[in-house]
Design a protein around this ligand. Structure first.
Ligand SMILES: Cc1cc2nc3c(=O)[nH]c(=O)nc-3n(C[C@H](O)[C@H](O)[C@H](O)COP(=O)(O)O)c2cc1C
Length: 214
C-alpha cells in the first residue's frame, strides 16, 4: 500500500474481531515506530505491549475503576474547550450517535477503557528524564505504527481516556514508578460486520489551518 493511501484511508477502528495479533506483527509495528525521526536521534521512546490475560485484567480493572467512580458520583467533569474545538468535539459525538443506536452496547468511555476489545494494546512512554519537548518524537513514532498497521490490514485506535488511570495501569502491569506514559494504542483486526465499521471521521478544509507567508 502506498503511503498516501495509508494515511488518507487510516481511520480509528472501534470494533475488532477476536483474532490475536502475532508477536511478529506487533514487533514489526514497534519497529516501524522507531523509524520515526527524533531530536538528535535520541530515540526517546519506550513501548510496552500488553496481550492475553494481562490485557484482559487491565481492561477489567479500568472499566471497574470507572464504574466505581460512577456509583460514587465522582466522575470528573469534562472541561469545556475553547472554540472551535468544543464544536468539533460535539460534531464527533453527534457523528457517532447513529452507530450507538445500531449497537446499544457501544459507549465511548467503557469502549475505550476496554480498548474496544482489541486483543493487543501498545503503551507508548517517553523516557522520564527528558522534557515534554520530546513528546513530538513519540507522536511521530505512533503515527508510523498506525500507518504500518493499517497497511497490513490491522485496525488501531489511539486511546487517551485511560491516561486518567495512569496509576492503576502502572500498578497492574508492575511498571516502574518513573514510567512517563504518553499514550496507548489498541491494535487488532477490524470487524467489518460491526456497525461501527461504517464510521469515518471527517476533516476541516486544510486552508483553515494554513497560513502562507511569501
Ligand atoms: C491523543 C489521542 C487520544 C485519543 N483518545 C481516544 C479515546 O480515548 N477513545 C477513542 O475512542 N478514541 C480516541 N482517539 C481517537 C480520536 O477520536 C480520533 O483519532 C479522531 O476522532 C479522528 O478520527 P480518525 O482517527 O478516525 O481519523 C484519540 C486520538 C488521539 C490522537
Amino acid at each position: 500500500m502506498e503511503v498516501r493511501e495509508a494515511l488518507y484511508r487510516r481511520r480509528s477502528v472501534r470494533a475488532f474481531t477476536a483474532a490475536a495479533v502475532s508477536k511478529k506483527t506487533l514487533l514489526q509495528l514497534v519497529d516501524a515506530a522507531i523509524q520515526a525521526p527524533s531530536a538528535r536521534n535520541m530515540q526517546p521512546w519506550q513501548f510496552i505491549v500488553v496481550t492475553g490475560k494481562a490485557r484482559e485484567r487491565l481492561a477489567q480493572r479500568l472499566v471497574r475503576a470507572y464504574e466505581e467512580e460512577l456509583v460514587a458520583g465522582q466522575v470528573p467533569p469534562t472541561p469545556e474547550l475553547p472554540e472551535p474545538y468544543q464544536s468539533r468535539v460535539r460534531q464527533f459525538g453527534e457523528a457517532l450517535q447513529p452507530f450507538s443506536v445500531q449497537d446499544p452496547t457501544f459507549e465511548l468511555m467503557r469502549g475505550s477503557l476496554n480498548f474496544y476489545g482489541a486483543p493487543a494494546v501498545i503503551l507508548l512512554a517517553l523516557d522520564p528524564h527528558l522534557s515534554s519537548d520530546r513528546l513530538f518524537d513519540v507522536g511521530a513514532g505512533a503515527q508510523n505504527l498506525l500507518l504500518l498497521a493499517h497497511s497490513q490490514g490491522l485496525g488501531t485506535c489511539v486511546i487517551g481516556i485511560v491516561l486518567r488511570y495512569r496509576e492503576l495501569i502502572r500498578e497492574e502491569l508492575q511498571l516502574p514508578e518513573s514510567l512517563n506514559l504518553v499514550m496507548t494504542v489498541a491494535v487488532g483486526y477490524p470487524n467489518p460486520a460491526h456497525p461501527l465499521a461504517g464510521f469515518s471521521s471527517g476533516r476541516q478544509d486544510a486552508a483553515e489551518f494554513l497560513t502562507w507567508i511569501e
